[in-house]
Design a binder for this molecule. Structure first.
Ligand SMILES: Nc1ncnc2c1ncn2[C@@H]1O[C@H](COP(=O)(O)OP(=O)(O)OP(=O)(O)O)[C@@H](O)[C@H]1O
Length: 142
């Protein structure tokens, strides 16, 4: 049985700067998922270190930090049946050059190659990650 669950999506600075917030929201709503919270913010290095805790030690982490703090992002809580896996599929693979047409990254990412991967959105990879990440970006949510 499919259970109601929630996930976290971030429209990253490249997605906001290139004007794809509306496209991303439309895709979510077209799939009948509900956006139950949304906010625009500029991430702090401290918040990002918690969010990307598994990547903090990597050589490319400083590039991720510079990129993710370079401009506003839009954070959303999305609810629905099987939403974590569905939104991951809609997001597409990490590297936009490998992301198929029809995925958010495949359709909207502009830049890849050297430097941090600018791939338009983040989405939680499990129910546990989603609940952990929601606390970071929506500290007042239950
Ligand atoms: N080898 C790398 N070089 C540069 N940037 C990277 C690299 N690997 C990951 N990143 C950046 O860090 C982010 C998080 O990496 P992760 O492995 O969690 O991928 P993901 O789950 O597809 O992405 P996200 O967590 O943003 O949804 C990537 O989206 C990308 O922006």
């Amino acid at each position: 049985m499919m259970t109601e669950e929630r996930t976290l999506m971030l429209v990253k600075p490249d997605g906001v700067a290139s004007g794809h917030v509306g496209d991303v929201i439309t895709r979510i709503e077209n799939r009948r998922f509900k956006i139950t919270a949304i906010r625009t913010l500029t991430a702090s290095p401290e918040e990002l270190r918690v969010h990307y805790q598994q990547l903090v030690g990597k050589s490319f982490y400083s590039g991720i930090e510079d990129f993710m703090t370079s401009g506003p992002i839009v954070a959303m809580i999305i609810s629905g049946s099987d939403v974590v896996e569905s939104i991951r599929k809609m997001t597409g693979p990490t590297d936009p050059a490998e992301a198929p047409a029809g995925t958010i990254r495949g359709d909207f990412a502009r830049g890849w190659g050297d430097g941090p991967i600018q791939n338009v959105v983040h989405s939680s990879d499990s129910i546990e990650s989603a609940e952990r990440e929601i606390k970071i970006w929506f500290p007042d949510e239950k």
